[in-house]
Design a protein. Structure first.
Lengths: 288, 288
């Protein structure tokens, strides 16, 4: 009997022994994931014109980049677009999720399905239907159509995150506030909104990143006068790249990194806030 | 019921207005118009004529387009299989790491998702280009004598597609592996199950929703992401998405593009429906 137990103990120890394989595998895949990005950045410092033959270190492409006015215009367009659509999506998505949590309309389910549909259908279809529909209703192409299109595909991110956070929230806080005399709006601003803030901000950050990255939908919704950064890069990749493109990509990557760290910091803080107030239940949005 | 009458109800109803508006006008509207458009005929010069026809759908049955569908589906199958084979172990191993490492790793996984996919593909151009990084590496080490000419080939497109979509699979698998109760595996092992048996009867089944969600999230875009085929495949690989884009932007045959989109949309919905039937999960696992 005791021998069997001992044998089992050994077996369990063996089971928990750390094999190096997982670590190697994770490291290798991660390395491959970052290798192309690192190469793009490395060649942005290339002195030569070619983006794949190394000819010595130089910052000349960055100088060239900063002289290019059209790039800055594209950057400005992209930032304006991403800011506007992530903000609009944050307002619409948050109000929608909160509203649905508090009402019991039979149509809520179908509206929820429709609102989250844009991230489930291929971008190419979304681009195509927006293009067709916007020209049907006579919406001018350019910034307006871009903002509306991007808002529609950003709403699902905010909505889903806020909904998940609401599901993990203790309703007794709002009840308590109301029992203490707070009106509906007051209770929302003082209780619900602060608790939802990390989810809203995470949703907005993803929306911002998705909007900044979008090629397909933007390509359909813009006109020749309004370039966004991805469209600009796409054109360059198709017509011929110089290390200037690399420099642009490197700067964009640095920006993404800052955004990522910011979101990490926010979700960490949000976790602390939730843990302090509510037990640890709002897990879902901490993942991104 | 308390809190669902008077001003409270009205405030919540007001909060719902924007999302009802966007869902009905900017999601249903465009999709309905796409459906209508697919049954209209193309005008002689520009735009559409209001005559009902099924010619667009019959047009898809032309050998050249059926071929595109077949080719595109084959590529999607191949890419999804590769992504699952690479991504599943990654998500699984990642979920088994200590909390701290999981957080670090998920940060490093989010960054590529947030980085412009064009920049990530550009990295592969640098690698694959004739005389590029891979060529010079292989020639220096004497593995090959001359350039592999990998850029603008089928393998290049597959690599690009796998590379762009892999993080989504990893996230989905990780999301369901992370919330799995690992005690179940321990229990199975204690009851005498072997490593493999425990994995297939417990872990694999419980992470199935994540895997399938990853399949949906990678299979659908891999038919639509025409810019991957464009940038890494020259014009040798044609996706369903490429046809839609071409019909829309170059041939200006909107009804035909619409019919193509409807077919792709049906295929997509079928996939999502199957996913829901099999896993009984409504939201895609790890989507946000």
């Amino acid at each position: 009997m005791s021998r069997r137990v001992a044998g089992k103990g050994r077996k369990r120890m063996k089971r928990n022994r750390n094999s190096p394989f997982p670590a190697i595998y994770l490291g290798l895949v991660l390395l491959l994931t970052y290798l192309p990005l690192l190469l793009v950045m490395l060649y942005s410092f290339n002195a030569g014109r070619l983006s794949s033959v190394w000819e010595g270190f130089s910052l000349s492409w960055y100088r060239e980049l900063f002289r290019d006015r059209s790039i800055f215009e594209a950057l400005r367009n992209s930032v304006v677009l991403a800011l506007a659509s992530s903000l609009a999506a944050a307002v619409i998505g948050t109000l929608g999720a909160v509203g649905m949590a508090r009402t019991r309309y039979r149509t809520n389910g179908i509206i929820e399905y429709l609102s989250t549909l844009p991230i489930m259908i291929p971008e190419i279809i979304l681009g195509m239907v927006f293009l067709a529909f916007f020209s049907l209703i006579g919406l001018p192409f350019g910034m307006t159509s871009l903002i509306i299109g991007h808002t529609i595909f950003c709403i699902p991110y905010v909505f889903t995150m806020v909904k998940a956070r609401l599901a993990g929230m203790d309703p007794s806080y709002v009840e308590a506030a109301k029992d203490l005399g707070a009106g509906e709006l007051r209770a929302f601003w003082d209780i619900t909104f602060p608790l939802l803030r990390p989810a809203i901000v995470s949703g907005m950050l993803i929306s911002f990143a998705m909007s900044m990255d979008d090629v397909i939908i933007s390509m359909f919704l813009t006109d020749v006068n309004v370039n966004t950064l991805p469209i600009k890069i796409y054109t360059q990749l198709k017509t011929g790249v110089t290390p200037k493109t690399n420099a642009l990509c490197a700067l964009m990557f640095a920006f993404t990194l800052v955004l990522g760290l910011l979101s990490l910091w926010i979700s960490q803080n949000g976790k602390a806030a939730i843990a302090a107030g509510n037990g640890d239940r709002g897990e879902k949005e901490q993942r991104l | 019921m308390k809190g669902r009458t008077g001003l409270r109800g009205r405030a919540a109803a007001l909060a719902l207005l924007p999302i009802y508006f966007t869902a009905l006008v900017f999601v249903v509207g465009p999709l309905a118009y796409m459906l209508a458009l697919s049954f209209l005929s193309r005008a002689e010069t520009w735009g559409v004529e209001l005559t009902f026809t099924v010619r667009n759908y019959l047009g898809i049955l032309a050998p050249v387009y059926l071929q595109t569908f077949r080719q595109s589906l084959r590529l999607a199958f191949l890419c999804t299989t590769l992504i699952a084979l690479i991504g599943y172990p990654f998500g699984y191993f990642m979920a088994r790491l200590p909390q701290k490492w999981r957080r670090i790793l998920s940060f490093f996984l989010v960054i590529p998702i947030w980085t412009s996919s064009l920049m990530r593909l550009y990295g592969w151009i640098i690698i694959f280009r004739a005389g590029g990084v891979l060529d010079s590496l292989l020639m220096k080490t004497g593995v090959v004598q001359q350039s592999l000419k990998l850029l603008y080939t089928y393998p290049a497109v597959v690599t690009g597609m796998v590379y762009v979509l892999l993080p989504f699979m990893i996230y989905s698998v990780y999301a369901s592996a992370e919330k799995m109760d690992w005690n179940l595996v321990e229990a199975a092992r204690d009851l005498g199950a072997g490593k493999m048996q425990a994995f297939f009867t417990i872990t694999f089944r419980l992470t199935m929703p994540g895997l399938l969600s990853g399949v949906v999230l990678t299979f659908i875009p891999s038919m639509g992401l025409f810019f991957v085929a464009d940038i890494l495949g020259g014009n040798k690989v044609v996706l369903v998405g490429s046809v839609i884009q071409e019909q829309l932007m170059k041939a200006h045959n909107w009804p035909f593009a619409a019919a193509f989109s409807v077919v792709l949309m049906i295929l997509t919905s079928l996939l999502i429906y199957l996913y829901r039937r099999i896993t009984k999960v409504r939201d895609l696992e790890g989507l946000v």
